[in-house]
Design a protein around this ligand. Structure first.
Ligand code: NAI
Ligand code: ISE
Length: 337
C-alpha cells in the first residue's frame, strides 16, 4: 500500500518533510499540498518535482478524497484547527510541534481523539528518535549512573527573526526539551521558574534572550535549561544528566577532528535540519508505518498536551518572580502504552 499524504504548510520544514516522504522514506507519496502563500506552495511542488495538487486551503487538503493522512507544517498557531479538522475527518495526522500553542488547545485535541476512539495524532517531537538521545536513555535506564538528580541542558539557535517573541522561546523552542526530558526520565514536571540573565545585544525589541528555565520533576530531579536563540556561533543542543554514581551526556554529532592553522577544531552545525536529519527520517517513517499498520506508537497528543501544560507554566513564570506550579492530570487509559 502507498499512503497518500496531504501537506499543509510548505515552508522550511514542510519542504524538508515533503522531500523525505518523496525521496527517502518508503510507503508514502505526497498528493496534495497547501499554504497561505499559494505561489510558494506551487514553487515548492515544482522544485521538488512532485506530482501533487496545490489546493487553496488546508481544510480542502484534509477533506480531499485522495488524501489518506496529513502532515501539518504550518505556523504554530494554526496547528490546533487543522488537527481537529483531521480528527473530524477520521484521518491520521502528523503535526509538527507544538501540538497547539496552549495546553487548553492541546486538551481539545486530546478530547477529540479520545471521543473518536482511536489514536490518529502523532506530534513532531523527533528527539526520541535521535540516536544520541536513545543512547543516553539506554544508559539512564541501565541504572549505571544511579537515579538522575540534576540535568543541565542548553538549546541554542544562531539567530531568530524579528517576529520571534519572548514566549516563543518556550512554546516554539524549549517545547522540545519539555517533550524529550519527560520521555528521557520517565517523569513529569511539578514546577517552573524563569531567570533572565543580562540580555544579548543581538536580540531585538520583542525578545528577552537568553533565558534560563528551572524545572523540578515529580521524582525530585532539578533541571536547568538555557534557551539562547541568538547565540550566533551555531545550532547547539546539550543535555547532561548527573546521577548518583556518574554523569551521562548527550553525544555530540560526529565531525572530523581537524588540525589546521595551529588549531585543533570540530565543526559545529548551524541548522536544526542537519542536526536532527536522521531523527526526522525515522520519526516520519514510524508515522507512515504506524498508519499503514493501523497503530500509531510515536509521541502522542497526550505527550503534546503534557509538554504544553509545562510550557504554559514556563510562560507564566516569565512574568512572575519565583516558582509556578505545574499540575498534569493523570494520563487517561486511552494513552497507556
Ligand atoms: P516557515 O515559516 O518556514 O513555514 C511555515 C509555512 O506555513 C509558511 O510557508 C506559511 O506561509 C505557512 N502557513 C502559515 N499559516 C498557514 C495556514 N493557515 N495554512 C497553510 N499554510 C500556512 O516555518 P517552519 O520553520 O517551516 O515551521 C513550520 C512548523 O514546523 C512550525 O510549527 C514549527 O514550530 C515547526 N518546526 C519544527 C521543527 C522541529 O525541529 N521539529 C523545526 C522547524 C520547524
Ligand atoms: C524550530 O521551530 C524548531 O523546532 C527547532 O528544532 C528549534 O531548535 C528552533 O528553536 C525552533 O524555532
Amino acid at each position: 500500500m502507498t499512503l497518500k499524504l496531504g501537506v499543509i504548510g510548505t515552508g522550511a520544514i514542510g519542504q524538508e518533510h515533503i522531500r523525505r516522504c518523496s525521496q527517502v522514506l518508503q510507503g508514502a507519496k505526497v498528493v496534495a499540498v497547501s499554504d497561505i502563500n499559494l505561489n510558494g506552495a506551487a514553487q515548492a511542488v515544482k522544485r521538488l518535482g512532485l506530482d501533487a495538487e496545490v489546493l487553496p486551503d488546508g481544510k480542502q487538503v484534509i477533506k480531499a478524497s485522495n488524501v489518506d493522512a496529513l502532515i501539518i507544517t504550518s505556523w504554530d498557531p494554526t496547528h490546533e484547527e487543522f488537527v481537529l479538522a483531521a480528527i473530524a475527518a477520521g484521518k491520521p495526522v502528523f503535526c509538527e510541534k507544538p501540538l497547539a500553542v496552549t495546553a487548553a488547545g492541546c486538551k481539545r485535541i486530546v478530547d477529540a481523539e479520545i471521543a473518536y476512539g482511536r489514536r490518529l495524532v502523532q506530534v513532531g517531537f523527533m528527539r526520541p528518535y535521535d540516536q544520541g538521545y536513545r543512547a543516553l536513555k539506554k544508559v539512564i535506564d541501565s541504572g549505571e549512573i544511579g537515579q538522575p538528580l540534576m540535568l543541565h541542558c542548553a538549546h541554542r539557535n544562531p539567530n531568530v527573526d524579528e517576529g520571534y517573541t519572548t514566549d516563543m522561546a518556550i512554546t516554539n523552542t524549549m517545547i522540545h526539551e519539555l517533550g524529550v526530558l519527560r520521555w528521557l526520565l520517565n517523569d513529569d514536571y511539578v514546577s517552573a521558574q524563569v531567570i533572565f540573565p543580562r540580555a544579548t545585544a543581538h536580540t531585538h525589541a520583542k525578545l528577552r534572550d537568553p533565558q534560563i528555565v528551572l524545572l523540578e520533576t515529580v521524582k525530585g530531579a532539578r533541571i536547568d535549561v538555557e534557551v539562547f536563540v541568538n547565540c550566533q556561533y551555531g545550532y547547539d543542543i546539550q543535555t547532561e544528566v548527573v546521577g548518583e554514581n556518574g554523569i551521562a551526556s548527550l553525544p555530540e554529532p560526529s565531525s572530523v577532528l581537524l588540525r589546521s592553522g595551529a588549531k585543533r577544531s570540530h565543526t559545529i552545525l548551524t541548522d536544526w535540519k542537519d542536526r536532527f536529519i536522521d531523527a526526522y527520517d525515522v520519526e516520519l517513517q514510524d508515522f507512515i508505518n504506524g498508519v499503514i499498520h493501523g497503530e500509531l506508537t510515536g509521541p502522542s497528543a497526550w505527550d503534546g498536551y503534557a509538554a504544553s501544560v509545562a510550557a504554559d507554566a514556563c510562560v507564566a513564570a516569565q512574568k512572575t518572580p519565583g516558582l509556578v506550579s505545574i499540575s498534569l492530570p493523570p494520563r487517561p487509559a486511552f494513552y497507556e502504552r
